[in-house]
Write a protein that binds this ligand. Structure first.
Ligand code: NAD
Length: 478
């Protein structure tokens, strides 16, 4: 197994370093594992020029050639999956097995979008003799993309795959805490000969980079995954320039547990899923609304399984949950727990930091949380679940919709009429019944309300990366 990669920027098909760097820290040990170069204004200008040149070549490359190259690069990533997963566990903390699954999921995103490259179909509009109307979907242009730290491989994969499958070029700023996944993706594309400038990778001070890239005339789309607050700010910047956006923002997923369900199975599967990635997932199941008649049983099984989660260094065998990815999350979570406790919530397990080295936080369950507690409205983005009783499905749906977010929602029931009601009334971009899987390469993913705008994946995944052009072609001048 190789060590952590040397961190560099990738601009115009070449690697480069800069004088100023940021430390990258292993969140399980707090040891420095690498130094990340900070892009200077000149580096960003070079990336913009490179992206414009890359777009000129790539937009004129056939979808088949684009797809072939994406598949070749993805085959390399699959070959290197252990090496990439190892780097991800070091920088992010998640268990090695989960890191490897994430690498594979990232590869699947590339493979799906490679297939979609050949399916950005236009249409022919019926017309009279001597004239034809044809609708084309053409690549929108160079993209400025921003991916977060919670999934170092699969988050960048979504953006890069969508852009380059569509024929766009892209400048990606990946998460500074977890740069290795994006580095490995850049290396794989470099190794298979992606034309210079099609994919550029930068790191640095996030606000400086977005402020520099988004106002540029070269950028034709802004794609962001992260918090609603930052998404709103970037949307404002983009709107000053009439640049469209693709926004995958926060969530605060409700889970409705109906009285007819298998309580034990629902509680165990939910507790395990809640702790995946230490809860740092925008689709993480968080607000459980459980029918009164099964509430005590559900809470008991859920709490017991959550408390039994094996927490530790993601490199150690048997570990189910690693540390939080950075120190900010510890104080954010501890503050929410204190606030909920003061509001009258019961802490049935966890609630605090584990030890003093490494950013470990206990799997935490809050029960009977009053509506006015902060955690009922704010996304905890950590290993924290709320379990509250409800008297009916209608109350549960009302509670589910009572936050500004609308990303993912879940339900446990075998009753078709309950499912029908949830499908009609839940405000969310994805709804999953009797499963906590919210997103696959082949299904569209995205939010409503403050959870964002647009979809990634599925047949919808490339829409944002293309523009529609209608061509009217008359045989004679009319
Ligand atoms: P944050 O709001 O500071 O940052 C979120 C992400 O946005 C990071 O990747 C960061 O690099 C980027 N960012 C911040 N300011 C930016 C700017 N001006 N321009 C461009 N990019 C910018 O929060 P954080 O402490 O890093 O993460 C915690 C919060 O972020 C969570 O509460 C969660 O809501 C959200 N988050 C969401 C996702 C997701 O998958 N939707 C992923 C990571 C974080």
């Amino acid at each position: 197994m190789t060590t952590y990669p040397e961190l560099q920027l990738y601009i115009g098909g070449a690697w480069r370093t800069t004088e100023e760097t940021l430390p990258v820290v292993n969140p399980a040990t707090e040891e420095e594992i690498g130094r990340l170069p900070i892009a200077r204004p000149q580096d960003l200008d070079d990336a913009l020029t490179a992206a414009a040149e890359g777009f000129a070549i790539w937009s004129q490359t056939s979808p088949k050639q684009r797809a072939d190259l994406i598949r070749e690069a993805t085959a390399l990533m699959r070959e290197r999956q252990d090496e990439i997963a190892h780097a991800i566990t070091l920088e992010h903390g998640k268990p090695f097995g989960q890191a490897r699954l994430e690498v594979i999921r990232g590869c699947e995103f590339f493979e799906w979008d490679a297939g979609e490259a050949s399916r950005t179909y236009g249409r022919v509009i019926p017309s009279g003799p001597g004239i034809k109307y044809v609708v084309h979907h053409q690549p929108i242009g160079p993209v400025a993309a921003f991916s977060p730290w919670n999934f170092p491989m699969s988050q960048p994969s979504r953006k890069i795959a969508g852009a380059i499958a569509s024929g766009c070029s892209i400048i990606l700023k990946a998460g500074e805490e977890t740069p290795a996944g994006a580095m490995h993706i850049a290396q794989a594309f470099h190794d298979v000969g992606l034309p210079p400038g099609v994919f550029n990778l930068v790191f640095g001070i996030p606000a400086d980079i977005s402020q520099h890239l988004i106002p540029s005339d070269i950028i034709k789309l802004v794609a962001f995954t992260g918090s609603t607050a930052v998404g709103r700010h970037l949307t404002g910047l983009a709107s000053d320039h009439m640049t469209p956006v693709l926004m995958e923002l926060g969530g605060h997923a409700p889970v409705i547990v109906c009285e007819d369900t298998n309580v034990e199975a629902a509680a165990v599967t939910s507790a395990v899923r809640k702790m995946r990635n230490a809860g740092q997932v925008c689709t993480s199941p968080t607000r459980f609304f459980v029918h009164d008649s099964i509430f005590e049983q559900f809470l008991d099984v859920f709490t017991t399984r959550a408390a039994a989660t094996v927490v530790g260094n993601g490199m150690d065998p048997g570990v189910e949950m690693g540390p939080l990815a950075n120190e900010r999350r510890i104080s954010a979570l501890a503050g929410m727990v204190d606030d909920a406790r003061e509001a009258g919530a019961d802490v049935t397990t966890g609630g605090g930091r584990i030890g003093s080295t490494g950013y470990f936080f206990e799997p935490t369950v809050l029960a009977n949380v009053p509506d006015h507690a902060r955690v009922m409205q704010e996304e905890p983005f950590g290993p924290l679940a709320i379990v509250n009783p409800v008297d009916s499905l209608d109350t549960a749906i009302e509670q589910a919709n009572s936050v500004p977010y609308g990303l993912s929602a879940y339900g446990f029931t075998n009753r078709a009429d309950y499912v029908d009601r949830m499908v009609d009334r839940i405000e969310a971009g994805t709804l999953s019944i009797n499963t906590l899987e919210a997103s696959l390469p082949e299904t569209p993913f995205g939010g409503v309300k403050s959870s964002g705008y647009g979809r990634e994946g599925g047949a919808e995944g490339l829409h944002h990366y293309t523009v529609v052009k209608n061509v009217s072609h008359s045989i004679r001048i009319v």
